[in-house]
Design a protein around this ligand. Structure first.
Ligand SMILES: NC(=O)c1ccc[n+]([C@@H]2O[C@H](COP(=O)([O-])OP(=O)(O)OC[C@H]3O[C@@H](n4cnc5c(N)ncnc54)[C@H](OP(=O)(O)O)[C@@H]3O)[C@@H](O)[C@H]2O)c1
Ligand SMILES: *[C@@H]1O[C@H](CO)[C@@H](O)[C@H](O)[C@H]1NC(C)=O
Ligand SMILES: *[C@@H]1O[C@H](CO)[C@@H](O)[C@H](O)[C@H]1NC(C)=O
Length: 372
């Protein structure tokens, strides 16, 4: 449903990196907090001494193991958004948690997750929306609302002002809260969506109407999703309220560089979705390339961790917030701890080099906007 018109024509593993495009001048698209993720180390794309010092030696492997097992002191790094509020750079994606949503949200919060990404149209069961189930999970965890960062998204059906206000009020009721940390316009239009989406406004109208929700105190930060470089540039110039966050498909083979560069230039924090490669399997690739790619596997072996750890840590080090979802408690915990893994500069550069290793043709209007 989320990638309805994507047509995967061809997937080719190339032995060499192709189409290296305009490099990102500055990977840090906003202000990174915490002394672990020093702003400078992110800007330069360099792993920081504390978290990035692995060198592949036995000593380093041991450090990775020790950290993963024994460290109780662990704070997820954050980025400060345009409102001044902080967004964790790692959170829980809630699409497809299905019947497990309540339990998994509770477990994740108990582990330490403090961001949950959802959408008005995600469903936990036939009769219960993800938002309603998430509220139950939050209540069951006992973690105070004020400690949790809640993101939700609304489709173009709600871009009109009346529809927008009604939808946001429903989100608040369903999530049992009186404010959203972040509200995103889920898709710029209905064109790329096969569902019964029926727009009540244009992207620009939706944007202006969403800004009104901030003024009314229902929402702290606002942003867009599935929007690409030119459209993002246009929207950033439209004023009203600045764009706080952009959420797009980002994985090792699809690094969305052109759009990330626009985001960085405009101080827009960038969140990646399907960072663990789900787009590829959704579109028919047999084995998820993120888990079988030889480069990723080699790095994971050297650092004594899992491919998922390598991908999530690399993404966050490059300034991309991540929201992996999982129905498996072991994976939830692995992902939560993934940022403790130590990667070297060399590892990060190898990961950067995977961009476009898989090729595809998504057409000009689908996810990715025809841009790689
Ligand atoms: N804005 C948008 O249009 C948009 C689109 C898509 C997604 N999203 C958001 O982004 C979130 C994440 O995206 P996604 O669900 O497409 O993909 P994802 O988080 O990249 O991957 C989830 C998949 O990876 C597996 N997985 C997770 N952790 C793993 C681990 N440590 N080891 C092995 N497998 C692991 C999960 O299987 P198991 O359950 O077996 O662990 C699941 O199949 C969604 O939940 C949603 O909130 C937004
Ligand atoms: C951006 O704005 C220009 C000028 O108004 C317009 O021609 C163009 O179509 C817009 N591009 C997108 C992708 O919205
Ligand atoms: C959860 O993930 C672990 C580690 O990948 C795996 O061993 C286990 O079988 C998975 N559990 C389920 C229920 O799929």
């Amino acid at each position: 449903m989320l990638f309805p018109k994507l047509l995967l024509l061809l997937v080719v593993y190339l032995t060499q990196v192709i189409c290296e495009e305009s490099p990102i001048a500055n990977d840090a698209n906003a202000n990174f907090d915490t002394n672990v993720y020093e702003k400078s180390s992110i800007i330069n794309g360099k792993p920081d001494d504390v978290i990035g010092g692995g060198d592949g030696s036995d000593e380093s492997k041991k450090r990775n193991e020790d950290d993963a097992i024994s460290s109780n002191v662990y704070t997820i790094p954050t980025v400060t958004l345009k409102s001044g509020h902080k967004m964790p750079l790692l959170g829980l994606g809630s699409d497809k948690l299905e019947g497990g949503t309540v339990k998994l949200v509770k477990e994740a919060l108990e582990m330490g997750y403090r961001l949950i990404d959802t959408a008005k149209n995600y469903e936990a069961t036939w009769t219960e929306s993800s938002e309603v189930a998430i509220a139950k999970g939050i209540a069951a965890s006992g973690v105070p609302r004020s400690e949790i960062f809640l993101t939700t998204k609304i489709m173009p059906d709600f871009f009109g002002i009346k529809e927008m206000r009604k939808a946001v009020k429903e989100c608040l009721t369903d999530l049992r809260t009186d404010y959203l940390d972040l509200l995103l316009l889920h898709h710029p239009s209905c064109e790329e969506d096969d569902t019964d989406c029926s727009a009540t406004g244009t992207l620009l109208e939706g944007w202006k109407n969403m800004a009104a929700m901030v003024n009314e105190g229902m929402v702290r930060d606002i942003g867009v999703s599935n929007v690409f470089s030119q459209q993002l540039k246009n929207l950033s110039m439209e004023g009203e309220k600045p764009i706080s966050v952009l959420q797009n498909w980002f994985d090792p083979f699809h690094q969305d560089r052109r759009t990330r560069a626009v985001a960085a230039k405009n101080g827009i924090a960038y969140t990646g979705y399907s960072t663990l490669g789900v787009v590829w399997t959704d579109e028919g690739v047999k084995e998820n390339p993120v888990f079988i790619d030889s480069t990723i596997k080699q790095i994971a072996d050297r650092r004594n961790c899992a491919p998922s750890d390598v991908v999530l840590k690399w993404a966050v080090t490059r300034g991309v917030a991540v929201i992996p979802g999982s129905t498996n408690s072991t994976h939830l915990r692995m992902n939560y701890n993934s940022l403790k893994v130590k990667l070297t500069e060399e590892d990060l550069i190898l990961m950067d080099g995977l961009n476009n290793k898989l090729t595809h043709d998504y057409g000009s209007s689908g996810i990715g906007g025809g841009e790689l």
